[in-house]
Design a protein around this ligand. Structure first.
Ligand SMILES: [Fe+2]
Length: 562
C-alpha cells in the first residue's frame, strides 16, 4: 500500500511517502523550489517521493492532506461574522479569502491523484500528533500538539496507544500560544510565522522583567488549558500585516513595536525573556495535566511550538515525563508523515513496525553526480584517500567547512547532511561564522553535534537527542572547553550523533576529537540568511563561493579556498 502524505499548504508544504508501513522519502517543497517556507501544492516534493520509490502517480493508493477544509470553513466563518462589527471590511475580505483558499486547496490536492488514488483530508492536530507518536519508539504515550491554529484548534491533547490516537481535549483559536508567540515576534521586529526561533534565542539575553504581565495575558484554566486575554492583541480581528499584532493596550504598557532595522534594546530582550518564561510555565502546567489525565510517563510533542527547543529542554528537565519524543519536522511540513502513517495504520490494521531513528529522508546526489558537476563547472577539487581524516584536519586547523553528504534532512535542522561545521573549542568561531558565512544576528547561538555516547560528559542529562530539538545545560566545568557552542545562558541545543544513523559524520567527529580533544563539532545549517538549506551540488558550491567558508566537502571530494 502506497500512501502519500501532504504537509502544509498555507506555508511549509512538504510530501512524504509511506510504502507498506515504511517511510521511503520526505522533503519540504522549499528545498526544491529554493523559496523559503514555500506553500501551495508541493509538486516537486511529491515527484521526488515517487521517484525515490520508483512508482508512478497511478500506483499511489491514498493521498492524505494536512487539514480538513470543511471543518476549517465551518469554524472560521462564524468567528469572522462575529467580528464584523469591529472590522467589517477585513472580516468580509477574510471570509472571501477563506472560501477561495479552501476551494483552491481541494482542487489542487485533487490534481495530485492518479487513476486509483483516494484522497483524504485529515484533521490537523491528530495528524500533528501522529507525526510524532506513530514514528516514536514508544508503544504508548501522552500526546500534545501546539501550534498557531489548525482548522480551529490551537492546542490538542490526547493519548497514543499502539497504532491509535485518541483525543483528550482541545482548545481553540484565538486561545493560542502560537498566536501569542508569533504576535510578539512581529512586535519585536522579526518576520512573523518564521522568525520565532530568533525570539527564543534573544530571550536568553534578557531578564523576565515582564513575566508577571505575561501571566496576566496567559491565564491558566481548568484541566491544563489556558486562556489568552485577547485585549492585549488585535491580530484576531485586524490585518496584522498593516497594523501590527499587538493592541493599543499592549503598546501603552510595553512601548512601541520595534522596526526591523532598529537596534535591539534591553526592553526587547526582556520582553522576549518574559514571553519565553511564560510559554514554558504554561506548557509545563499543560503537560502536568496531560500526564495526570493519561497516566503516561512518556510524551510525544508536535506542532510548530514544539520546535521551541528551550521549552522542550525545560519540559524534559522539570516536567512530569521521563522521556519526550519530538519528530524533526514538528511543524506543518511534518504532518506529511503523520497523515500518511495515521491512514496506513487505520487501513492496514497492523502493529507498528517503523521507528524514525534519523532525519535523512530527502534527496541525495551520488559521488559520481557530484564529480560530474564539478568537472563540468571546471572547479578545482581534490579527492583525498580518506575524506574523513581530511575533514577532521581542516576543522582542527580552524577552517569553516561545508559538509554535503548523503540524503538531505527532513525538518528545519541541519543534522550532518547539509551542514556547516567548525571547531567548537575556539572562542572566536561564533563571530567568525557570523561575519564570514551566516551574516546573522549575533544573539543567535550555534549548536554542537556530539558523539551520542559522550554527550553526558558535557551536557546535563543528555543521553539521546538526534534531532537537535532540546536544549541542555552545558556542565559548568566544560563550558570553557566548548565556548563556541555554549549559549550566553550556559546551554546548548545538542544533536547527538549515532554511529549507525550517520556513520561518516560520526567518524569525522571521532577523528576531530583525536585532534582537538572534544567529541563534538559546531554544526550550523548549510545556507545563508533568508535562503533554504542547499539542495543540489550547484546550490552548495554557490553558497560556498559567495560566503567565507574555507572548504567544501561534497561526498568524497574536497574544494578549498586559498
Ligand atoms: Fe500546524
Amino acid at each position: 500500500m502506497n500512501i502519500l502524505g501532504i504537509g502544509g499548504y498555507s506555508h511549509d508544504s512538504a510530501a512524504a511517502l509511506v510504502c507498506d508501513g515504511q517511510l521511503v522519502a520526505a522533503v519540504a517543497e522549499e528545498r526544491l523550489t529554493r523559496v523559503k517556507h514555500q506553500g501551495g501544492v508541493p509538486r516537486k516534493a511529491v515527484q521526488f517521493c515517487l521517484d525515490t520509490a520508483g512508482i508512478t502517480r497511478d500506483e499511489v493508493d491514498h493521498i492524505c492532506c494536512y487539514m480538513r477544509p470543511g471543518r476549517r470553513l465551518m469554524s472560521r466563518i462564524p468567528y469572522r461574522l462575529g467580528k464584523m462589527f469591529r472590522a467589517p471590511s477585513y472580516s468580509a475580505g477574510y471570509i472571501g479569502y477563506e472560501i477561495l483558499h479552501n476551494a483552491r486547496y481541494i482542487a489542487e490536492m485533487r490534481s495530485l491523484r492518479g487513476k486509483k488514488t483516494r484522497l483524504h483530508f485529515m484533521e490537523h492536530h491528530p495528524a500533528h500528533a501522529a507525526s510524532s507518536f506513530l514514528v516514536s519508539p514508544f508503544s504508548s504515550a501522552a500526546l500534545l500538539s501546539i501550534d498557531y491554529v489548525g482548522e480551529w484548534a490551537s492546542t490538542w491533547a490526547g493519548l497514543g496507544a499502539d497504532s491509535t490516537i485518541t483525543r483528550e481535549w482541545s482548545a481553540n483559536y484565538p486561545n493560542s500560544l502560537g498566536v501569542l508567540y508569533t504576535a510578539i515576534t512581529d512586535y519585536l521586529g522579526f518576520a512573523r510565522a518564521s522568525d520565532e526561533y530568533k525570539v527564543m534565542g534573544l530571550a536568553s539575553y534578557g531578564e523576565p522583567e515582564f513575566a508577571q504581565d505575561f501571566r496576566w495575558i496567559v491565564r491558566r484554566g481548568l484541566l491544563g488549558q489556558y486562556h489568552i486575554d485577547m485585549s492585549w492583541l488585535q491580530c484576531h480581528y485586524l490585518p496584522g500585516s498593516r497594523r501590527g499584532y499587538m493592541s493599543h493596550k499592549f503598546i501603552k504598557r510595553f512601548g512601541p513595536p520595534r522596526k526591523r532595522d532598529e537596534p535591539i534594546e534591553a526592553r526587547h530582550r526582556n520582553i522576549a525573556a518574559s514571553l519565553q518564561t511564560v510559554l514554558e510555565e504554561t506548557v509545563l502546567y499543560t503537560a502536568e495535566s496531560v500526564h495526570n489525565a493519561t497516566g503516561q510517563s512518556r510524551l510525544c510533542l508536535a506542532g510548530g511550538v514544539a520546535l521551541n527547543c528551550s521549552m522542550n529542554g525545560r519540559l524534559l528537565r522539570e516536567g512530569p515525563f521521563e522521556e519526550i519524543f519530538v519528530q524533526p519536522a514538528a511543524g506543518d511540513d511534518g504532518i506529511a508523515i503523520g497523515a500518511a502513517f495515521q491512514k496506513y495504520y487505520a487501513l492496514a490494521g497492523k502493529p507498528r513496525e517503523f521507528e524514525m531513528q534519523h532525519a535523512y529522508w530527502g534527496p541525495e546526489f551520488s559521488n559520481n553526480a557530484i564529480k560530474h558537476f564539478l568537472d563540468l563547472a571546471k572547479l578545482p577539487y581534490e579527492s583525498p584517500a580518506n575524506v574523513v581524516e581530511r575533514t577532521a584536519d581542516l576543522l582542527a586547523e580552524g577552517k569553516i567547512v561545508g559538509w554535503y553528504q548523503g540524503r538531505m534532512e527532513f525538518g528545519p535542522r541541519a543534522l550532518g547532511s547539509r551542514s556547516i561545521l567548525a571547531d567548537p573549542t575556539r572562542a572566536d568561531m561564533k563571530d567568525l561564522i557570523n561575519k564570514y558565512v551566516k551574516h546573522r544576528e549575533e544573539f543567535r547561538p550555534f549548536a554542537p553535534s556530539c558523539l551520542e555516547e559522550r554527550a553526558t560528559e558535557y551536557f546535563e542529562g543528555c543521553t539521546k537527542s538526534p534531532f537537535m530539538l532540546f536544549v541542555y545545560r552545558v556542565k559548568p566545568e566544560m563550558r570553557e572547553r566548548v565556548p563556541a557552542i555554549t549559549h550566553v545562558d550556559g546551554t546548548a541545543r545538542v544533536q547527538t550523533v549515532n554511529k549507525v544513523s550517520n556513520p561518516r559524520f560520526y567518524a569525522v567527529i571521532e577523528a576531530f576529537e583525536k585532534r582537538r580533544g572534544v567529541p563534538m563539532v559546531l554544526n550550523t545549517s548549510f545556507n545563508v540568511m533568508g535562503e533554504p538549506i542547499v539542495h543540489t551540488p550547484a546550490d552548495a558550491v554557490r553558497c560556498f563561493y559567495s560566503t567565507g567558508m574555507d572548504a567544501l566537502v561534497m561526498g568524497d571530494h574536497v574544494l578549498l579556498k586559498n
